[in-house]
Design a protein around this ligand. Sequence first.
Ligand code: FAD
Length: 665
Amino acid sequence: MQSHTATSDTRPLVIAVVGSGPRGISVLERLAVRTAAEAQTAAASGAAPRPVRVHLIDATEVGAGRVWRTDQDDWFTMNTVISQVTMYSGDPDGGPARPGAGPSLGQWIEERARTAGEELLGPDDYAPRVRYGEYLVDVYRTVVDALPEHVELVPVKGRVTAVRTGAGSGYLLSLDTAPHLLEADRVVLATGHPVNAPDAFEQEMLDFSTRVPGLHYLCGDSAADMPLDEDTIPAGSAVGIRGIGLSFYDVMLSLTVGRGGTFHPREDGTLEYRASGREPHIVAGSRSGLPIPARGRNQKEPNFSHKALFLTKDALESARAARRAAGGTGQLDFAEDVLPLLLQEVEHVYYVTHVRNARGAQAADAFAAEHAEALRAGRDRGELLASAGLAQVPPVDLDALARPFGDERFGSPEEFRERLLKVMDDDLAAAALGTLDGPLKSSLDVLRDIRNVVRLAVDFGGLLPESHTGFFHRKFLPVNALLSAGPPMYRVEQLRALIEQGVVEVAGPGTRFGTDEEAGGFLVESPQVAGSARVVRALIDARIPTPDLHRDTSPLTRQLLEEGMVRPYVIEGPAGSRFVTGGLEVTDSPFHVVDAHGVPRPDLYALGIPTEHTRWFTQVGSSRPGVNTLFYRDADAIAQDALRPLVVVRENEAAVAAAAPGGAG
Ligand SMILES: Cc1cc2nc3c(=O)[nH]c(=O)nc-3n(C[C@H](O)[C@H](O)[C@H](O)COP(=O)(O)OP(=O)(O)OC[C@H]3O[C@@H](n4cnc5c(N)ncnc54)[C@H](O)[C@@H]3O)c2cc1C
């Protein structure tokens, strides 16, 4: 054990951050804020601060990472309005941009428009992803420039292929490029979206495409990284797309706008698509047959926060206490303990917005008080709704919204198309009313606004195993994602134009994807739409892969798993019930990785997507101006812990090693 202290230590504390997407940059930003504070404290006491070296490693692009790399096409857009996006942990304060105080994406774009003549976007606009990548790189450079003298940043463009314990304390990182080996005292894994090995269905499709010349099957990934060129998908050929969620829009744009097509407004407000002639014919489908609906027109300030009335921390604690009192573990049943409260939040906003629109703010406030009271007391609300003029207003029904076609049968693709266009038009009309004034979209926005409370219910095995897997994952999350994570309205308008003009065809509800040996192609068909069967030459999975340690093809993940440095998170329930998730197990904040023996590794952290399932909804790419977000707090907790003096670590490690079966290694 070393006897030096933080202030007397002259050997640099070495921190390796693996992955420089938004999560990696968020940790770097907080390291910068904290080391600047260290420098000030040291200066005040006349001592030299302990040197720190940070290796920031990314296989794709240091500063922006893979999803936001700055060499992608500009038709890929973000799905968050620019005023609600920031990578700085504090708002600008009139001084120069620096760690802890810098512009939001919206403010940065405004500044760039003023000073560099770049395109100006409004606060409620959606930026091309490449623009956010440039912003991230700018944040990265600003952070690097502002690092105090005792901190050295070493950017490394390369892939980490292994992380092993070093000879002394700390870790040895193997890279596929120079310097090939790196020593670090602390390692932060912020490796983001996985590339998974094909599942059984995908393997079958891949095998089929190898057997039959001219066929292509593309597994799910960021569309910017897919081979969507004319060699793979020739003009005029039929291409199937599996999934009509957010990534579908990316693929759709690559095959239309990316092929030279353009959209033009018509006098009636709809769009016309002018084809280039190089487009394929797109046949898309999904379980619901519904393209993900639009987000409401944004009306919320960047620092808007939803004040939960029903699904609160206290309510969850009461529910846990009730479960314990009944002999349980305190784990919740999502359908029984959480969903009813969540639906109350949604319904309450829905009805109050209706009243505000019809009768003004004062009447809405009075109604809100009575309605909330009735919901809490579990009273019948029929009379109250009728007296507020809401008797004829249909209730907001998430399942019906997510499956608008239900089991309905359609006599022909044309019949289904007419119905689909009507559903899309209704959705666009609802979205146009906005995220505050539109009863439907304001209520669905609650699903986004209340994610932090849902996390309290779900994270770290908060749900019973069967509830987590059977209900939360299989039933709730698909509906939740479909109704709350939509693209901007204009994307849906573009899709509408493409459907209307026959460039895109949606097969219908319950779409099946398979192979047609005789026809020598993939088959796309909805059993509910007569005549919908289409044979396509290429099939694209337009869904972002779910994190799953066991399917992750990354050499690093495989090595960590094989050598017992990490383990999948298991939700243990009462009476031996358990569910092995595909997420990497970490402790609660500051998210130490837990090894195969169940021992937390004090110097190894994991943040974001690899920890999905241990925690919920980690696919977040930014913080929000003026809000103390979890995104920021998570990064800060890791930065704080990673900067703790080495001497303390050594003691911890000795204790951990002694406690571990066979030593922690
Ligand atoms: C297509 C797409 C669009 C999205 N749009 C939005 C959006 O508009 N708004 C939003 O909030 N979220 C969006 N998301 C969600 C997304 O999860 C986040 O925006 C964000 O990218 C997550 O940040 P991250 O740093 O965790 O992961 P990533 O951005 O994936 O970054 C991880 C980085 O780690 C690197 N890496 C991985 N393994 C290694 C290794 N072994 N060695 C070295 N480097 C490695 C990768 O190259 C990558 O750059 C989108 C996601 C996708 C896939």
